[in-house]
Design a protein around this ligand. Structure first.
Ligand code: DGT
Ligand code: MG
Length: 387
């Protein structure tokens, strides 16, 4: 079949990220990395709207099934605002975007990134410090600001916590968490969520969702888990927050925000250098009370272990499917799913429940597939949720 070369058809792309399959890292990493910098910069400026616009463009480009070669291929694609298009055009023509390069080297962006890189420090606090002229950890330490417990841990383990967690480290942490959870509540289920469930090879933390097949058995579980982790010397820091979510029959307590109300623990684990998943499993089998493996290797700061951020979330089994969906991410995918629910289906979705505003009732689900089906969305597997 010969003839005149025809122009490649425009990419077909749905406008909501939750309607698309978005693998990691995608075919347009030059473009997505650049847009991610601009999104992050906007977020660090407290400009949510602008950040979201860049995140949507980034997500769209990551979902495309081939590399964009020229601006003409972008015609007809959703989610690409004028600003994103200008940046993309620059990158396609010159290989770099001056705006992105300037952003990356700007003192404000660098300082804000450094300060928000401290565990326990959000954008607001970092902004306040930056306006006082604080741009480094040394300046913060001599500033006389009193830091809360989380921030103190954040400073203490700064280097470790800013070094990405590898897949292997995540697996080693999984073995530790499973060992502890099963020892305090046999039959409980531990599921790796977050970026690692989406197939990412590294992450900033390791997220776990914990439940038990018998509703109610999970009550108070978080405290038992923490006590056990502490007794085994596996925790460097922890802060537990209590569940306050109550489902109201009238729907008054229906999910109205993305705030989570599960029992949750923000923690920092002590991961020994040689705690590969296999070693950790073996050590636990030999002596469950002693999973600390004395190592002769040295880690960051000459230590034989390293600090790793771990989030533990406990969900009752009745909410598990919603919790799993909510804690798998990505953040943009979640956000888009909630936006789809409200705008296209008149439903409210949270990590706890799905409420149908027309029928004025909650829709039950025992799997993620059922939630997608309730929403009239085609199922997207976790590895396709990297929007
Ligand atoms: P990373 O940076 O490699 O850890 O990437 P993720 O995707 O694992 O991001 P992370 O750990 O911040 O959060 C995992 C997912 O959990 C995220 O996509 C949305 C959800 N999530 C995190 N924090 C909250 C929260 O406070 N409330 C709710 N509802 N969901 C949250
Ligand atoms: Mg994570």
């Amino acid at each position: 079949q010969q003839g005149d070369p025809v122009e490649a058809p425009a990419f077909l792309a749905a406008s909501y990220a939750c309607q698309r399959n978005t693998p990691q890292p995608g075919h347009n990493t030059l473009l997505t990395a650049a847009l991610s910098v601009l999104a992050e910069s906007a977020e660090l400026n407290g400009d949510e709207g602008r950040g979201l616009a860049f995140r949507r463009s980034e997500g769209l480009l990551r979902s495309l099934d081939r590399r964009v070669q020229g601006p003409a291929e972008l015609r007809g694609l959703p989610c690409l605002g004028d600003h994103s298009q200008r940046v993309i055009q620059d990158l396609l023509e010159n290989g770099v975007s001056s705006e992105v390069e300037e952003t990356k080297s700007s003192p404000r962006y660098r300082a804000m990134k450094l300060l928000t890189g401290i565990f326990g420090v959000g954008v607001k606090t970092a902004k306040r410090w930056f306006t006082e002229g604080i741009c480094s950890l040394a300046q913060l330490e001599t500033s006389g600001h009193s830091l809360n417990a989380a921030q103190q841990a954040g400073i203490k383990y700064y280097t470790d916590l800013n070094q990405p967690v590898s897949r292997e480290e995540a697996d080693a942490v999984s073995v530790m968490v499973e060992g502890v959870v099963h020892s305090v509540l046999p039959g409980a289920r531990v599921t790796l969520a977050g970026g690692f469930r989406r197939g990412k090879m590294s992450g900033h933390d390791v997220d776990f969702l914990i439940t038990h097949p018998d509703e109610g058995k999970e009550e108070g579980l978080i405290h038992k888990i923490i006590a056990c982790l502490e007794s085994r010397g596996l925790l460097l820091y922890q802060q537990t927050t209590r569940n306050t979510y109550r489902e109201s029959a009238k729907g008054a307590g229906r999910p109205s925000s993305s705030m989570d109300r599960f029992d949750r623990c923000f923690s920092i684990f002590k991961l020994t250098n040689d705690s590969s998943p296999e070693d950790t499993r073996r050590a636990q089998q030999q002596d469950p009370e002693r999973v600390r493996v004395e190592a002769d290797q040295t880690g960051s700061g000459g230590r034989p272990w390293r600090a790793v951020r771990v989030d533990l979330v406990v969900s009752p089994i009745s909410q598990f499917a919603f919790a799993l969906l909510g804690w798998t991410g990505s953040k943009l995918f979640e956000r888009e799913m909630r936006r789809w629910a409200v705008r296209e289906r008149s439903m409210s979705l949270s990590s706890h429940a799905l409420y149908d505003r027309n029928q004025e009732r909650y829709l039950r689900a025992s799997s993620e597939e059922e939630i997608f089906a309730h929403l009239g969305l085609e199922y997207v597997s976790p590895t396709g949720r990297n929007a």
